[in-house]
Design a protein around this ligand. Sequence first.
Ligand SMILES: C[S@@+](CC[C@H](N)C(=O)[O-])C[C@H]1O[C@@H](n2cnc3c(N)ncnc32)[C@H](O)[C@@H]1O
Length: 276
Amino acid sequence: MNPNLKQIEHWNGPAGKLWASHCGRNEYRLEHVQRALMEFAAPEPGMDVLDIGCGCGLTTLALAEAVSPGSVTGLDVSAPMLEAARAAALEAGLEVQFVETDASIHPFRPEFDLVFSRFGVMFFADPVAAFANIRSALKPGGRLAFACWRAQADNPWTDAPYQAALDLLPPQEKQDPHAPGQFSFADGGHMKNVLTRAGFAQIRIESCDVPVNMGRNADEAAEEAMNRGALDRATADLDEPTRAKILARVREVMARYATPEGVSPPGSIWLVSARN
Ligand SMILES: C[S@@+](CC[C@H](N)C(=O)[O-])C[C@H]1O[C@@H](n2cnc3c(N)ncnc32)[C@H](O)[C@@H]1O
């Protein structure tokens, strides 16, 4: 059995459908991450690029514009998100290939100059085996460049609403910090160890602080916070009155970060690169 089955079901279930229906909102939320990651990854015209966990494909399209006349392939396990990605490519009139497959076991050939990912590599059950497989997609000397979240505590966009709701949530099980999920690479030492064991060289890990655009106003930002990360999971089985109480508190928290341009609490990511 594929050890990533639970994640594959997750990204094809309600979570994947929610992401697929919120593509535009997601790009707005991650605008600053995208800018920092593109600068860090530095795709160049003529390159052949693989976008792992490409989701709704907007990173894939940005890469296609940057590397033209090179090629870009987006890869993901989520059928609903890939459907949104194909529609976006059609609308943009850009030639990209999207493949529905699990990056940890896909039979790659060494055909890419750059393997890129924005938050698509934190969900592998066996990260060492997955990254070793991903490495096989790189040409000799090719480069891996990705972004992943640092610890939840370093990300007030999700931690501040979570802390505000904590006493209203059911008792939270202690999570394995390295288990597949949003924060599985929060520990930079662990991540470096995974990449080293997967055979990567010249590993570079940079911390980068970025605002996260949660919404144009506190109401929109509170709704976004309820649908993301820790709070989404923790509130899934709660009754409506409790959810309403939590939403009111989350709105209050988000209002503290409001500016005339929108609600953008701080976030913090790792920018990671390595060579084959
Ligand atoms: C947090 S989302 C990020 C999506 C997109 N890169 C973005 O930034 O908007 C994580 C993505 O990784 C994909 N994913 C998870 N496990 C995967 C795997 N084993 N192989 C390929 N994609 C995977 C999910 O389906 C999802 O689209």
